[in-house]
Design a protein around this ligand. Structure first.
Ligand SMILES: [Zn+2]
Ligand SMILES: [Zn+2]
Length: 252
């Protein structure tokens, strides 16, 4: 089991490191600009980074949502839509500079931006995640992938994987049926819409630990359906990590 994971991770990481060197050389010619405020120098400048609303303890240990007192069991939000895997975590709230950065990540092919955002994630990587975790980006719907030409979750996962030295297996999970847009749906309707939408490569995932990677977590319905598929495929632990997460009172 360890051989394919090392092989896939190692090849990916070398490619990502080579890409990074290429962008760094291009940056010397044309300095990057901040995705949020357009200031020259960095893809997300220090001033904008200072405005990020990081999520920290105390939080619900299941859904990762901040609480006044830490909960070791599911919180009231979890009772409504419980995450099928071990737990959800996110770097920050979906607000301010990161909200605009996610928009940039999603709608314009910008691998250097995904690398810069992964660099925000890497130092905050949760200690609760197993050290032998394999990263799986949430698969994009095939029509969306055709339209967009790339999966922003995969870009993010590849850079986090390279920075943390973790393998990335995009092919271990796939969409098996089309789903409706999640926009405007309640948490329960989102969950119903995503149930059974994914399937895992059973022989590949059995007995291993995974962290699902996505750009945004709204209600966790998509991540929950992915986790369910991996657990049904025999995965040991399944966690999920997103760059941002919506506030419960948010309409996003
Ligand atoms: Zn800025
Ligand atoms: Zn919770």
């Amino acid at each position: 089991m360890a051989v394919p994971s090392l092989k896939i991770g190692y090849t990916d990481h070398l490619r990502v490191i080579a890409e990074r060197a290429w962008w760094a050389s291009l940056d010397l010619v044309l300095p990057p600009r901040c995705q949020n405020c357009n200031r020259a120098g960095e893809r997300l400048c220090a001033q904008c980074r200072a405005e990020i609303e990081y999520i920290s303890e105390p939080m619900c240990q299941k859904c990762g949502y901040p609480k006044h007192t830490p909960t070791t069991v599911q919180c009231e939000q979890c009772w409504r839509v419980a995450f099928a895997g071990n737990g959800l975590r996110a770097l920050a709230f979906h607000a301010g500079p990161l909200r605009r950065a996610v928009h940039g990540l999603k709608y314009k092919h910008n691998p250097p931006l995904s690398e810069a955002l992964a660099r925000l994630i890497s130092p905050h990587w949760p200690a609760i995640f197993p050290g032998d975790s394999i990263l799986i980006p949430v698969p994009l719907a095939p029509d969306r992938l055709r339209q967009r030409g790339f999966n922003q979750a995969e870009l993010l996962a590849r850079h986090v994987g390279a920075q943390r030295g973790l393998p990335v297996w995009p092919a271990a999970l796939r969409r098996v049926r089309a789903t409706e847009s999640q926009v405007g749906k309640t948490a329960q309707a989102r969950q119903a819409n995503m149930t059974g939408a994914f399937a895992a490569e059973t022989k590949t995932v059995r007995g291993l630990n995974f962290v699902l990677i996505d750009d945004v977590c709204t209600t966790g319905a998509t991540l929950g359906a992915c986790a369910q598929a991996l657990l049904e495929g025999g995965a040991a632990q399944v966690w999920a990590y997103t760059l941002t997460r919506a506030r419960h009172d948010s309409a996003d």
